[in-house]
Ligand binder design. Sequence first.
Ligand code: GAL
Length: 389
Amino acid sequence: MRKLIPLLSLALASAAFAQKFDGLAATPPMGWNTWNTFACDISEALIKETAEAMIASGMRDAGYVYVVLDDCWMVKERDPDGDLVGDPAKFPSGMKALGDFLHGKGLKFGIYNCAGTKTCAGYPGGRGHEYQDARLYASWGVDYLKYDWCSTGTANAQETYKTMRDALHAAGRPIIFSMCEWGTAEPWKWAADVAHLWRTTGDIIDCYDCITGWSTGWKVILDKQVELAKYAGPDHWNDPDMMEVGNEGLTFAESRAHFSLWCMLAAPLIAGNDVRKMTSEIRALLTNREAIAIDQDPLGKQGTRFYIGGGREIWTKELSNGEWAVCMLNTGDAPADLAIEWERMHYFMRGQYSVSDIWKGAAAGDTKKPLTVRLDSHDVVLLRLKPLK
Ligand code: GAL
């Protein structure tokens, strides 16, 4: 028994570490990530200019606080101590200084690595270095880690991501853990106590519904979220990937629909455009408080597709205080007059509601009469419903 006691306390101690940091993502994380627009072409100047633009545009104050360096921030080899090294040509002041800069601006510092031996772009991965890397990230002031799944061979996703979760917890700095396993091992079924968010699909690109190998447009990703709503909630979100809002391959309507539907999904809102150069329309879209409030609603329910047919989809999302969000998408190639017949929703909504149109910023009647709206191809109407007294 005497011999068993130290073993038992060791087991208890490691069990105490085997957890993620709770409460870091009570609502879906919001921020910006380098990958969608800049891929490997990243630098300290880009991050600093972007941070300033996030402040000047009102993005930071609207909630976009995580500034995430994706792949390609490192040099190709670890140093003699086995530590990762930020590329001094890209980040001459070093990673700690970059974290300090972001914190000084009221922003948070996010970084990327990969669970395999190499990142997807061929930089050193985290496999076998989890605890060492977690301590390094903590020492740099990292607040968010995106962890990819390239070069993992036959590794088991659940075990591998748990190792990194435990390493982050042991390092002691609260860091949001964002799994990027592409949905291959159905993380929604097991990752609620492993990560704060997990990718559900392959990569997004800036088109409506194109498919280019591993990468697809946002509509293709949207279709894959239909069955996943029940797995999401505070501190454990489905991640349908970073946004392409404002990027070249989308019309304004498609950007607006993409943003609206990501809000309906309670998706992490990680912008992926060049915020230094965005138009005032895109700025207004990304910073719209009413739309963001749908995404960030404290009830933390992911929206579901209520209806599909007749060239439209209608999505609904339950909000706190008995309110609802409703979003109708014109899936056709031409403008159309499309209707929402409220009475069809009465089996899950209770009573009657007033309706406000978020993109018009105006009242849109109530649910006593069907609502018909003219929508451009791939555009949406985004509505908030409040119970009528
Ligand atoms: C992919 C990931 C992308 C991006 C890229 C970097 O696996 O899904 O979001 O991080 O790697 O190489």
